[in-house]
Design a protein around this ligand. Structure first.
Ligand SMILES: C[S@@+](CC[C@H](N)C(=O)[O-])C[C@H]1O[C@@H](n2cnc3c(N)ncnc32)[C@H](O)[C@@H]1O
Length: 239
């Protein structure tokens, strides 16, 4: 998917990449060899710390890590060849970020919103069962994925079009994947909704319930799905 993105975005010898809400640098580090300079920004110091460690292990020296809100980041106008946001656009002030990214991008360059489906909108029965267990232990209200302002969300494409991007389109990469039971449990703990600290004292009975429920449905301990990775690309107009 990222190769496709690079090609469609017309990145040859890329100058600057800005990866907002970069987490541990999944996107920034994968794309780093294609760019001279990479700015990777996240509001969580621990995420940036892990990103730095991964970069050091990969000898990726041209990544500039910073802790801060994406909304407060600044880049030189017209200096950037690609702005990416991986699995986080819904958490940001989308219209503001789309406008700012447009200023940083050189004419004809792109903003890419990268996503994948999650447990919550998966279409397999084992995913529904897992979400049911989470709801049982943390409550319906908290188990909902929230949009920051609580309002019905405009589609990401609309936000990008309203900010003036052209050629806005989504590219989908369905990818079969089979999870082990341990991976499902680890994934659930990695979410903000069902993190260990959210579950508190209920961690152990919750995990026992999750394992029992999934093994009751599929005793092999292997859980297949088709993951839908996608990116939405919008281009800053030339003139
Ligand atoms: C699901 S993770 C995605 C991380 C990474 N982009 C990836 O694709 O693996 C969401 C990230 O968004 C970050 N985040 C949420 N709101 C943010 C904001 N306003 N500014 C910067 N980072 C933010 C969180 O700290 C978290 O690391």
């Amino acid at each position: 998917m990222l190769d496709d993105l690079i090609e469609r975005a017309g990145i040859g010898d890329g100058r600057g990449l800005v990866d907002l809400a970069c987490g541990t640098g999944e996107v920034a580090l994968a794309l780093q060899p294609r760019f001279r300079d990479v700015w990777a920004v996240d509001q969580e110091p621990e995420m940036i710390e892990v990103g730095r460690e991964k970069a050091a292990a990969a000898a990726a020296e041209d990544v500039h890590w910073s802790v801060g809100r994406a909304e407060d980041f600044a880049a030189t106008p017209g200096s950037v060849d690609l702005v990416t946001v991986g699995s986080a656009f819904h958490r940001l002030d989308r219209p503001l970020i789309a406008r700012r990214a447009m200023e940083w991008l050189a004419p004809g360059r792109c903003l890419a919103i990268i996503n994948s489906n999650s447990l919550w909108n998966g279409s397999t029965h084992w995913q529904e069962l897992a979400v049911g267990v989470i709801r049982r232990w943390i409550g319906d209200e908290r188990a909902r994925i929230r949009v920051p302002d609580g309002a019905p969300a405009a589609r990401h494409q609309e936000v990008m079009e309203q900010a003036g991007y052209g050629e806005v389109a989504e590219y989908d990469f369905p990818t079969p994947h089979t999870w082990t039971l341990d991976e499902v449990v680890g994934y659930v703990y990695s979410t903000s909704v069902a993190a260990r600290r959210v579950l508190g004292d209920a961690v152990e009975p919750f995990e026992a319930d999750l394992r029992r429920t999934l093994l009751g449905y599929e005793p092999s301990g292997r859980y297949p799905e088709v993951v839908h990775f996608d990116y939405i690309l919008g281009r800053r107009p030339d003139a």
